[in-house]
Ligand binder design. Sequence first.
Ligand code: UDP
Ligand code: MG
Length: 308
Amino acid sequence: MLKLSIIVPVYNEEETVALFYDAVQAVHAELTDVEYEYWFIDDGSADHTMDEVRKLQAKDAAVHYVTFARNFGKEAALYAGLKNATGDLVTVMDVDLQDPPALLPEMIAGVVSGEWDCIGTRRVSRDGESKIRTMFANTFYWLINKISPVEMVPGARDFRVMTRQMVDAILELGEYNRFSKGIFSWVGFKTKYLEYKNIERVAGTTSWSFWGLFRYAIEGIVTFSETPLMIASGLGAAMAGVATISMIFVIIRALINNTSVAGWASTISIVLFIGGVQLLVLGIIGRYIGNIYMEVKHRPIYVAREIK
Ligand code: UDP
Ligand code: MG
């Protein structure tokens, strides 16, 4: 019998854990030929999330959990889940039921057929999400697909069913700065996306702030594209070119006219402009160096308190 591991990151989700479990169990009733295990990864919740998970474990031996020593972020939780999962097939799901469990049978069938290594999901509408968040998300996908060699499918969720082979490939990428959307496409494998309309959270509230998402987007760009560095050097080269031409022009003019003290306004604007561009470029380089710094420290991606 095939075994499916269901990985569920949870962070302050006391209201949703039981609802999630019931919804997925209802789908299992249809999947008689699949054995399952749950891996709830508690990402340092400060509420009663773990009480809820322990209650489930008390009645269902297929429920397992990892608790983190503090909040390490959803990416770290996904990694911990993939590391502990023992299934032949592995799926990753949000606990707030924004990832519809009803799609699971079709997803599993797609992978079991052998035609696909991974069946993913993507949202084709973002109803119920704030306009500004949708706008930023669209801009992000447009930009990253322009500048990154790794394709990011717009609206793709982390919700996917993968083969053991694909999971092992993902685990080989032990980087500290994890951006799953990129990692999933980087490893490759034949992936098909099922589409569905956005579903709102059943209960609780999102733990992502606007700035949190913005930083996550920058993280995605820095970890999966070197284009900003190329733009930085391009800018430098272009400015050096302009500076050389204007220097020649200024020298010739001074020789002919014998006047060199004029144009204070233009001088100061050029100095300020060049200074600004230099700081911008330094900032871009700094982001990459910051990432390298975190990587070379080789810190663990998460610290577990309890694994059961
Ligand atoms: N999550 C997590 N750690 C965090 C933030 C979120 O493990 O620091 C989990 C959360 O419990 C949920 C999933 O990641 O299962 C998605 O979070 P959320 O619904 O808040 O994000 P959104 O759907 O708004 O992008
Ligand atoms: Mg959500």
